[in-house]
Each structure stands twice: as structure tokens, then as C-alpha cells.
Write a protein that binds this ligand. Structure first.
Ligand code: 6GU
Length: 231
């Protein structure tokens, strides 16, 4: 899979992609993340990427030309299956969107900044608009990193058994059960006996019940959609 991230602040994305699972996924050749500086695609001598809003008002708007130049240049080699625009007024990101995006071969992720991009970019070039929640960030970069992380870890081969995505919270619309490690007792605080029993089917049953309980109390909305709310 190839992910092209287009941004005015490429430095903000260096760290998230430069460590741990996302770094290893790239080293293994399972994903190719390329971060492109929008300024490199500006044709004017000041390398500007934004301008005043028509009709007035505070805040700058990202200009069409650098974005279109960049999208066209990158697609000379291979067309994008999705051009995603990161914006707080997009569709709220969730695990099922991560699952379907992880199956794509080549996508672009455009990070919004300032007051956002010229509306004509959204109308004619963007195929999908994503927000990561109901709050406003200074720019789309951190949101893009969140979305890319959620997608990349689902690509087959990225995670090993220990980090398997199959037991994640949300993968079956249930939150994950509680987990414990050694010591079995710390300052009088004990690990549930069942986990020390060695009885694997009983442990699995307990984990499932805990996941149900957690989801019902913490996320009744999710529980209603899980199909497990049969009572
Ligand atoms: Cl994608 N961008 C910005 N600027 N703020 C956000 C967001 C995106 N998602 C939630 N808040």
C-alpha cells in the first residue's frame, strides 16, 4: 500500500512515522508512506500556498494551484483510489473506515490548514472527507497521523501475534477486556483467579463477559450496535 500525505508542515509527521510499528511496516515494505511539502508545488516566487478569502473575513484559505499541481504530479505514476481531505467537518473516523481503507493500494491524504482549502478542491478533487472527532485541531497533520496509524496496523503482516488486531477494542464493536501481568499480587491487589487457572476456555469466556460488561457500561451506543444486547 502507498500513502501520500500532502501537507504544509511535513516536519509534524516525521516522528509518528519514524518509530515502532509504523517504521517497521515501512522497512518491511508493507506500506510506503511519502510525505510531500505543498510548498514544493507552488508556482509563484514566494512559494505561497494560501491567500485571503474572497468576500473578506479573518483567516487564510489554501489555494487550488499547489494542491492540484501536487495531485497531478503524484498521479502521473499511479492514480489515487481515494483522495482524503482531513477536516473537522468530515465524516467521523471509526474502525470500519480503517478496515476498508487498509484494503486500498494507493491513497492521498490532504491535510487542511488555516481556514481550510478552496471549496472547489473539495468538490472536484477530494473523494472522501474525514474528521477524527468533535474538537478542532490546529491542522490536519495530527489527524492524518491518527488515521494512517489505524490503517497501517491492519495491513496483513504489520502486526505479529502478540500485537494482533483481531483482539482490539472495536474490531467486533466491543471494547477489549481488562489485562494483567506479573506479579499476581501487588501490595494486596490481586489478579482475578480465573486468569491464573490455566483453563483456557474458562479464561476466554471470562474475557468475553468482561468485554460485554465494559461495553454496556462505558459505551451503551456501541453495545446497542454490537448485536450482543439480546436481553
Ligand atoms: Cl481532520 N482537522 C482539524 N483541523 N481538526 C480536527 C480534525 C481534523 N478532526 C478533528 N478535529
Amino acid at each position: 500500500m502507498k500513502i501520500h500525505v500532502i501537507t504544509v508542515l511535513p516536519e509534524l509527521l516525521e516522528s509518528p512515522f519514524g518509530h515502532s510499528i509504523l517504521k517497521r511496516a515501512q522497512q518491511k515494505g508493507l506500506v510506503d508512506v511519502q510525505v510531500h511539502n505543498l510548498r514544493d508545488y507552488s508556482n509563484d516566487k514566494h512559494k505561497s500556498v494560501d491567500d485571503y478569502a474572497f468576500g473578506g473575513g479573518a483567516g487564510m484559505v489554501m489555494m487550488m494551484e499547489p494542491i492540484v499541481n501536487c495531485l497531478e504530479r503524484l498521479q502521473e505514476k499511479e492514480p489515487f483510489e481515494e483522495v482524503i481531505y482531513m477536516t473537522p467537518d468530515g465524516e467521523t473516523f471509526n474502525q470500519s473506515m480503517a478496515n476498508s481503507l487498509s484494503l486500498k493500494g494507493n491513497i492521498a491524504v490532504l491535510c487542511g490548514h488555516y481556514k481550510g482549502v478552496d471549496e472547489r478542491i473539495r468538490q472536484h478533487f477530494v473523494t472522501r472527507e474525514i474528521s477524527i472527532g468533535d474538537y478542532v485541531l490546529s491542522g490536519g497533520e495530527l489527524a492524518a497521523a491518527v488515521v494512517c496509524d489505524a490503517i497501517i496496523r491492519l495491513i496483513p503482516g504489520v502486526l505479529n501475534d502478540e500485537t494482533s488486531a483481531l483482539t482490539d477494542s472495536f474490531q467486533d464493536n466491543l471494547l477489549a477486556p481488562p489485562v494483567y501481568t506479573r506479579p499476581a499480587e501487588f501490595r494486596g491487589m490481586k489478579v482475578p483467579d480465573i486468569l491464573l487457572s490455566g483453563n483456557t476456555p474458562a479464561v476466554e469466556k471470562w474475557r468475553f463477559e468482561q468485554a460485554l460488561m465494559r461495553t454496556r457500561t462505558r459505551r451503551p451506543d456501541l453495545f446497542a450496535r454490537s448485536g450482543f444486547d439480546t436481553e
